[in-house]
Design a protein around this ligand. Structure first.
Ligand SMILES: NC(=O)c1ccc[n+]([C@@H]2O[C@H](COP(=O)([O-])OP(=O)(O)OC[C@H]3O[C@@H](n4cnc5c(N)ncnc54)[C@H](O)[C@@H]3O)[C@@H](O)[C@H]2O)c1
Ligand SMILES: CC(C)[C@H](C(=O)O)[C@@H](O)C(=O)O
Ligand SMILES: [Mg+2]
Length: 347
């Protein structure tokens, strides 16, 4: 089975190295790897954030392990050349519409959560984020307004098929868990959200066993902090899911802990930590590699049919944390590589 390794920028390569060490330990020769540049690194090397050969590798591979993109050196570039276009392009080109972002607190990290330990320990949820539509992919641009002022615009839109297909993923994810689905929208203000809510209710007819609720996104942001234990699965749009998942990560200890899977209709997937390239700590050995190591475990489980190996990795992460290993984001002083060592030792 072929895995595409796309390390990217900033801390991306640092965390990918650790995930690859763990994969080697668990899977040996069962996986083959090909690596390609992406993001700012690809722009510097080849003049484009998502070169054709990188996209081709992503298409050929059985699964993709992605680090992060984002490079301050690229700040002045036109939008289509910026590093972030690479991840947006991969999601769109490969129709990776279903983004699963599990937020679970490892019990050992109750002290690292931004919440009181007794509130934090109840977090055990999955955010199902739509990844191919919304304001991210609508018409956008700069124009001159009627009064002669500069005006930027980004059109937010969803069609009913896009909402229905992610709603099904939300219901099915809930069915495999505790049977509760909360659809998050802004239907009190936005037409896209009204359609979202209508379609989710229609799809719910196929899932009478699932308890469906609806919540406005502003309330959801508050409830995540007040009482995260009330959530089992959240299904939401691209923008709201982006924001709520960063917030959920701090409830679960750190943004350095949250993995993700971005899946197409056939479980082909791209796996990446939810965090970015973290230029503020890049090159300093401070990055927490666990989100990427846990993303590799998701890759084994969802795309490569290796659930037992995924279980082993997750257990090793828990053991490394239980043994007291903490990178700086978790209040410790362990380096990126030492955290990798700790997971390998636990394996
Ligand atoms: N999927 C992606 O590739 C992705 C995701 C988010 C942001 N980005 C990009 O990354 C760049 C930086 O964005 P940002 O600063 O807003 O978000 P970020 O997630 O990169 O960093 C936010 C904060 O969290 C910290 N952090 C992030 N990951 C960490 C880790 N593994 N261990 C310890 N600390 C960690 C950083 O040091 C920083 O203080 C931007 O160019 C942005 O567009 C890319
Ligand atoms: C880098 C950016 C385009 C991306 C997003 O907004 O989806 C990131 O924040 C994420 O969460 O993966
Ligand atoms: Mg994000």
């Amino acid at each position: 089975m072929l895995v595409a390794l796309l390390p990217g920028d900033g801390i991306g390569p640092e965390v990918i190295v650790q995930a690859k060490r763990v994969l080697d330990a668990v899977c040996g020769d069962a996986l083959r790897y090909e690596e390609a540049p992406v993001g700012g690194a690809a722009h510097k090397a080849e003049g484009h954030p998502l070169p054709p050969a990188t996209l081709d590798l992503a298409r050929r591979a059985d699964a993709i392990l992605f680090g992060a993109v984002g490079d301050p050196d690229c700040d002045g570039l036109e939008r289509h050349l910026r590093p972030e276009q690479a991840i947006l392009g991969l999601r769109k080109e490969l129709t990776l519409f279903a983004n699963l972002r599990p937020a679970t607190l490892f019990p050992e990290l109750a002290d690292a959560s931004a919440l009181r330990p007794e509130v934090a320990k109840a977090i055990d949820m999955v955010i199902v984020r739509e990844l191919n539509g919304d304001v991210y992919f609508g018409e956008k641009g700069m124009r001159t307004s009627a009064s002669g002022r500069r005006q930027g615009y980004d059109v937010m839109s969803y069609d009913e098929d896009e909402v229905a297909r992610i709603a099904h993923v939300g219901f099915q994810t809930a069915r495999a868990r505790r049977g509760k689905l909360c659809s998050v929208d802004k239907a009190n203000v936005l037409e896209t959200s009204q359609l979202w809510r209508d379609v989710v209710i229609e799809v719910a007819a196929d899932y009478p066993d699932i308890e469906l609720s609806h919540m406005y996104v502003d309330n959801a942001a508050m409830q995540l902090v007040r009482n995260p234990g009330q959530f089992d699965v959240i299904v939401t749009g691209n923008l709201f899911g982006d924001i709520l998942s960063d917030q959920a990560s701090m409830c679960a200890g750190s943004i350095g802990m949250l993995p993700s899977a971005s899946l197409d209709a056939d479980q082909k997937g791209l796996y990446e930590p939810i965090h970015g390239s973290a230029p503020d700590i890049a090159g300093q050995g401070k990055a927490n590699p666990l989100a990427t190591i846990l993303s590799a475990a998701m890759m084994l489980r969802y795309s490569l049919g290796k659930a037992a190996e995924a279980d082993r990795i997750e257990a090793a992460v828990a053991k490394a944390l239980a043994a007291g290993h903490r990178t700086a984001d978790l209040g410790g002083s362990v380096t990126t590589e030492q955290m990798g060592d700790a997971v390998l030792a636990a394996l």
